[in-house]
Design a protein around this ligand. Sequence first.
Ligand code: UD1
Length: 374
Amino acid sequence: MTMRNTAQPLKLLIVAGARPNFMKIAPLIRAIRVHNNRVRVGRRVGYYLVHTGQHYDKKMSEIFFTELGIPAPHINLGVGSGTHAEQTARTMAEFEPVCLRKKPDWVIVVGDVNSTMACTLVSAKLGYRVAHIEAGLRSFDRTMPEEINRLVTDALADLLLTPSSDANENLAREGISPSKIHLVGNIMIDTLRANLKRIRRTRLADQLKLEPKRFAYVTLHRPANVDDPKSLTLIFRELADLAHHLPVVFPIHPRTHKLLDRRHIPRNREPNLKLLEPIGYHDSLWLTKNALFVLTDSGGLQEESTYLGTPCLTLRPNTERPITIKVGTNKLTRHETLSGDINEIMHGHHPSGKIPKYWDGHTAERILKILLKA
Ligand code: UD1
């Protein structure tokens, strides 16, 4: 006799809006499919995927859905760009009717972008439970828009799923009930591990004729680095100097691109400085794995380089991911210290690092188990 599965499925409303979100929802959706294929008597999981449209260019969004095998979103809210208030308000207004219509058991938000905070605010006010993946990270720098997003999201979320123990400590210090906090590990590493075998060598690596450990990979897009023309000019001068020593691969984020154009900052013609359009996940992973070092202000790259053991210099005064410094291969740098830090790496002096606890490729499964129990 076959048993009929009569339990109501658990209804998740998953939110993604900007580039760094896509690597964080892919493993969760995969874990849901695996669970549903296996479950006979227990509860199935249904999900509805909302793309807020914060990022909309093909190279900032669609390419990640294709490369990571994420099914097309059920709805795209098309909120687009704007000031923080405009983007947040548009996201809230567009998300509210979706939430009311879908009546989810849980709204799942990831990371720290404006979409994360906006959808959390809407859900909390409507009385829907919110689970935050990548909760508890703090840079303690409120000039960063992401820090405001993190604080608001974590204050309102019902389930705080953290990537590392420092995040648990931050949340405890903020008085959040321990019963809401679960150390689950880094979900981006699930994606990284699932894709490592697909990137033996990418077409981009061939086109640029890159040799492993003989180039630097650069990404810079934070307002603090690129919105100030003096800082942006200085960055381009430093990169041109570096390109005298080894090829420098720098895919330019649209925000950085726009500012270069608006301020008429000349891009250097140094042939070894390879300025590119934004690149996809597989190219970025190949570059991170094979670079001599990464120079970045991205949160994700600090973590990916730690996992891969690639030295990382973070051009920021602080990081919300201190574990990448304490345990991993990351080091903070400034314009004044950059050339010395690069020199050290070129002479082989950089800590080799270790992989933090639970950055093991099984974070999404742990999250799903917690959601099914909660
Ligand atoms: C956002 C996130 C940041 C994340 C980054 C990754 C917030 C506050 N910031 O910053 O945490 O690290 O994404 O990329 O949520 N643009 C395009 N095409 C697009 C998207 C943006 O041209 O598809 C341009 C627009 O001119 C826009 C600018 O980039 O005004 C900035 O985009 P926005 O989403 O506001 O912030 P990001 O700098 O991308």
